[in-house]
Design a protein around this ligand. Structure first.
Ligand code: CAO
Length: 262
């Protein structure tokens, strides 16, 4: 089979993403003031705007045991095509399938919150820690992409992000966002909506913890926390909870996702 994405020949391991350089402690001899520029300036604008939005927060835990096993198998298969398969493509694809059932969460509101626009395309953003600070590129048209195509696009965005080379197109037009703070190490986070979007999710690190199975036995489980924030002017708690339940059911029973994959 030729590589489906035309990126690298089969059996060639994917290039690991460039990592942020480890930082040395900084000792300032005197106070230093500098202009807030670039991605940080954009963060000032969007987060000040976001602060006007009444946030509703909904949290749950997800049993990732089955998905950890599945990804273990698929990772090597994706690598044969030069694609790094992390958990993010599953989070993003499961979100897109659930968004098809709850389109109000893939929407935007205007400045005065008088109109809501249901977005046709699922352009799912991911918060990314880059050399230049927080940036939120998005994977466009996730509803029509396979898991491997989502993964390949994520690889591209991550490589560009860490080099500070994302294009304006890559970082605009997002319709829904997921932030994976767990890739750094945190367990919980309370995400802040990226206006004009109406919802965002944050996932923590997958931890091996004891849980009860259906027979009441203590078992070893891979557990991950998720927190959703939604704009409570237009999204009610039940909608967010129902969406979260569906998203979670795809991650806990990944074979169910197969029915909906494009
Ligand atoms: N729990 C456990 N392991 C995780 C994980 C999680 N939640 N998320 C990622 N991992 C694993 C990956 O699977 C990968 O392991 P393998 O080598 O076995 O595949 C490893 O951690 C590194 O993953 P990664 O970070 O390269 O890739 P990713 O697709 O999981 O995440 C990205 C990409 C861009 C989301 C991430 O690099 C990043 O920048 N995270 C920070 C997000 C952030 O700053 N959020 C805060 C926003 S508010 O300021």
């Amino acid at each position: 089979l030729p590589p489906p994405l035309g990126r690298r020949p089969p059996h060639c391991p994917p290039t690991p993403p460039p990592r942020l350089a480890p930082s040395l402690p900084v000792v300032l001899g005197q106070d230093k003031t500098e202009a807030i520029k670039g991605f940080r300036k954009a963060m000032v604008r969007t987060m000040t705007q976001a602060n006007q939005i009444p946030h509703f927060c909904y949290c749950d835990e997800v049993d990732m045991t089955a998905l950890v096993g599945l990804r273990g198998h698929l990772k090597a298969a994706a690598e044969a095509y030069g694609v790094r398969l992390s958990y993010m493509p599953f989070f993003i694809k499961a979100a897109s399938i659930a968004l098809s059932h709850y389109p109000i969460l893939n929407a935007s509101v205007d400045d005065k919150c008088e109109n809501i626009t249901y977005k046709a395309s699922h352009n799912i953003g991911l918060a990314m820690d880059t050399s230049e600070g927080l940036v939120v590129p998005n994977v466009k048209g996730v509803q029509g992409l396979t898991l491997m195509e989502v993964a390949a696009e994520l690889n591209r965005l991550q490589e560009l992000g860490l080099r500070g080379s994302l294009s304006t197109r890559d970082i605009t037009g997002g319709t829904f966002t997921i932030s994976n703070i767990g890739s750094i190490s945190g367990t919980y986070a309370k995400p802040v909506i990226l206006p004009p979007e109406v919802a965002i999710g944050a996932v923590g690190k997958i931890q091996v913890l004891p849980r009860f199975d259906s027979s009441g036995n203590v078992v070893r489980a891979h557990i991950m926390q998720v927190s959703w924030s939604a704009d409570h002017r237009v999204i009610d708690g039940a909608t967010m909870a129902n969406f979260s339940n569906m998203w979670k059911s795809f991650l806990e029973n990944p074979s169910k996702m197969v029915l909906h994959l494009k």
